[in-house]
Design a protein around this ligand. Sequence first.
Ligand code: FE2
Length: 264
Amino acid sequence: MSWACCSNICPSTSNFLAIGYDLKRFNGNKAQRPKRRLSKSGRETDICAYYGLKTPPYELDALEPYMSQKTLEKHWGGHHHNYVEGLNKQLERNDVLYGLTMEELIKVTYNNGNPLPEFNNAAQVWNHDFFWESMQPGGGHQPVLGLLKQIEKDFGSFTNFREKFIEAALTLFGSGWVWLVLIKDEKRLAIRKTSNAINPIVWDEIPLMSLDMWEHSYYLDYRNDKSKYVNVFMNHLVSWDVAMVRIVRAQAFVNLGEPNIPVA
Ligand SMILES: [Fe+2]
């Protein structure tokens, strides 16, 4: 489902937050060719947006006390929202990119490592949608069943995986992301750390969960204590339930030999 708004009714960030969860109806992931519409006054206006701001799958205070409502308001309602708006402004000027799914847009604009101007905003929109869904109230602990077995097979033990994931997060230079991915050709899991907006789908890997290591993700709650933030994420926030759904879905497609695996 896609959404669009006219220039004279585009919500500002503050209005967006005031509207809150009614914005679920704007939940979109496919760019639409711009159309012209009549406003209520009968005046023809340009539709100015192509991608929508998805809401996290929980209330903004639901991750308290581990990730504060204030952080979610600024991170989702500010930074994530700005990436959506920035992308939509760029797409107004580039007809070639209309009609692509977000995953297609990211791969095309990554341009084999020579990113086009739209790449950063497109990838950051996707990265944040994925990150919100990688957490849940009451998260943390450790995975179970097939995902746990796969982690034990590829990392030796969950404890070893946990140490390596935390180490990757704390040794990431500058802003970026840490990921648990499934490498579909090798049918094994791996940890990836990426700089700025880059994500593993540009290499055709399948992300299962992610951690935002941009300063805007932790500074309000943890200042410069990245270690505390990362440990809290692993202990209380990461959604192994969602990661389990993602790996089951991905493995089903890998086992069937489907050429294109939709990323959950
Ligand atoms: Fe972020």
